[in-house]
Design a binder for this molecule. Structure first.
Ligand code: UTP
Length: 268
């Protein structure tokens, strides 16, 4: 399976830090957010990494490439080992890139990635949701769910009712403690309209028919093509499983979650 990383967003909640650098390159300790995401994909067996980038995101391409001058400089010194984790990814994965020219939302970003993915199921990781799986990574857990149900899979967790308007919210048929067959998905509902408090976080496995559905999905909230709307089309046919993952998620797209993740990794 390939893994798609939509990284074209502006990251406005982190301005001015994200004025001239991608949000995904902000570090939790010494490792950028995007590297945690790619490590999670590789753990799940996804070695073909596809990025949907945009203007100002070149640093991501450079991060997943060899830096000869630097490597030569620190070769044989005590600092050499600090590049081991990124070298391992560069050795084991392939990286491909395409650009989203207009920020038309997550659904549009995923449709832009079709050219890199082709006609096969694929993972999607939003790197600003940093996940710590217990014990296995969240994407690896989701691959197992996919292997059982053979349809799209979304990772969900309970959120406070007051915060449902920040997420896609699902409801459906509870199959067991960890699996729900999704019947309804609503993007950023008001608390009184939300079908539950189960929120979709930034981990998906999508079947490739999602591309045709996205092509026919009109822009929804904020004039953006919403992935949630396309998933609702699959859900109506019983083809989406929501998975309550084992582990923790940090929303590193906002400052509070970013600090919580930093503290967690500094003192796990
Ligand atoms: P966010 O909603 O977090 O938006 O996007 P953002 O632009 O990154 O950050 P803020 O809200 O301005 O601070 C969720 C994910 O979808 C990607 C983003 O890069 C992020 O990983 N995305 C969003 C795109 O790739 N393209 C889009 O048009 C929108």
């Amino acid at each position: 399976m390939k893994c798609l990383f939509p990284v074209a967003g502006y990251g406005t909640r982190f301005l001015p830090a994200t004025k001239a650098q991608p949000k995904e390159m902000l570090p939790i300790l010494t490792k950028p957010l995007i590297q945690y995401g790619v490590e999670e994909a590789l753990e799940a067996g996804m070695k073909n990494i596809a990025f949907v980038t945009g203007r100002g995101k070149r640093a991501i391409e450079d991060h997943f490439d060899v830096t000869y001058e630097l490597e030569d400089q620190i070769s044989g010194t005590s600092k050499e080992g600090q590049l081991d984790s990124i070298r391992e990814l560069i050795d084991q994965c392939t990286f491909s890139y395409t650009r989203q020219t207009h920020m038309r939302g997550l659904g549009d970003a995923i449709l832009t990635g079709e050219t890199l993915i082709g006609d096969q199921p694929f993972g999607v990781i939003l790197a600003d949701d940093l996940c710590v799986g217990e014990p296995d990574g969240v994407m690896l857990q989701m691959v197992r769910v996919y292997e059982k149900y053979r349809c799209s899979v979304v990772a969900v967790e309970e959120v406070p009712v007051a915060e449902v308007d920040k997420y896609g919210i699902i409801s459906g048929l509870q199959l067991d403690a960890h699996h729900i067959r999704v019947e309804r998905m609503v993007e950023k509902p008001a608390p009184q309209d939300a079908p539950s408090n189960l929120a979709v976080i930034g981990r998906y496995i999508l079947t490739p028919d999602i591309f045709e559905i996205l092509r026919n999905t009109l822009p929804g909230k904020n004039g953006e093509v919403q992935l949630t709307d396309a998933l609702q089309t699959q859900a109506k046919e019983g083809r989406v499983i929501a998975y309550r993952f084992k582990g923790r998620r940090f929303d590193c797209g906002n400052v509070e979650g970013f600090v919580a993740a930093t503290n967690f990794f500094f003192n796990p």
